[in-house]
Design a protein around this ligand. Structure first.
Ligand code: SF4
Ligand code: SF4
Length: 283
């Protein structure tokens, strides 16, 4: 089974979050065409493989406002060799089309309180017909929104909290966020990773629109290309060359962190195996 993190050329978003470089960025028509062609090529490649795949789309910006991401999610979810296909999204799109996806489709939803009315967001999440987690950035200005969301979402919906980039949390502050997400401690600090075993580069790869394969989104070394098969001989166990890993889509694969057990069955869409019966992890 190969897990793929796919990120094409798309780099635009319909939202305007203060903490994001892609806020309200527009793509040119040429770039959108290239993104669509790249995604369709990737989906065709996935359909032609004789081994199992799990796929997470991690676009810069928002994919589901583009028809080709919606179509790809539905089509890939029905392929016999696709165990899971998930996408990171702000959920600004309509959601009725998700009823056409199989139960192997999933969403990694992020709630951005400054960008969408609260009631609309809660109603959309509640109506989702596919597996999903929901999350929020741990900005102190979001704390009350997060508490309210935790109270209003069904208990079986996992609400994760990502530590805000560059923010140091006191134990009291971290404790407040851990009341909402008992796994917040995993996000609070970057994970030391140099030379430690990480599944990326062996059973997990990152793929861009050209088919260039890297071990993960954070290590620039190229392992080969997806479409000519040159990446395959490069797959092997390998330690992380970076000093630390601070993004969930990276350190979830870092073996000593142990998150494959915590998120078993829901690694890509970030749903803990035993949710809602998860006890708070220590810090
Ligand atoms: S929704 Fe996501 S991609 Fe869009 S501006 Fe906000 S943080 Fe950036
Ligand atoms: S630990 Fe993070 S940065 Fe290092 S190889 Fe794994 S995913 Fe990449």
């Amino acid at each position: 089974m190969l897990t793929i993190l796919y990120r094409g050329p798309l780099s635009s978003c319909d939202y305007d979050c203060a903490y994001c470089p892609f806020a309200k960025r527009r793509d040119t028509p040429e770039r959108l065409r290239a993104d669509r062609a790249a995604l369709e090529r990737f989906a065709a490649w996935a359909a032609a493989q004789d081994f199992e795949l799990s796929i997470l789309f991690t676009p810069w910006g928002e994919g589901l406002v583009r028809s080709w991401y919606r179509r790809a999610l539905v089509a890939l979810s029905w392929l016999p060799n696709v165990r899971r296909v998930a996408i990171q999204t702000n959920l600004s799109c309509r959601t009725g089309w998700l009823a056409e996806a199989s139960d192997r489709a999933a969403l990694w939803v992020t709630y951005h309180p400054t960008q969408v009315p609260y009631e609309r967001m809660v109603a959309k999440i509640r109506s989702l017909p596919v597996r999903h987690s929901v999350g929020i950035v741990g900005d102190p200005a979001h704390l009350e929104h997060a508490r309210r969301l935790r109270a209003d979402l069904p208990a079986e919906t996992y609400l994760w909290v990502n530590a805000e980039e560059g923010r140091l949390y006191t134990d009291d502050e971290a404790g407040a966020w851990a009341e909402i997400d008992p796994l917040f401690s995993y996000s609070r600090f970057p994970h030391a990773s140099r030379d430690l075993p990480c599944r990326t580069g062996e059973s997990v790869i990152s793929v861009d629109g050209e088919g260039t394969v890297r071990r993960c989104h954070f290590v620039p070394e190229v392992l080969g290309n997806l479409y000519d098969g040159s990446y395959r001989p490069a797959l092997r166990p390998r330690g992380c060359p970076a000093g630390s890993c601070d993004c969930h889509i990276g350190y979830v694969h870092l073996e000593p962190v142990g998150l494959y057990d915590v998120f078993a069955g829901g690694i890509l869409e970030r749903i803990p195996a035993s949710w809602p019966h998860v006890s708070r992890s220590g810090w």
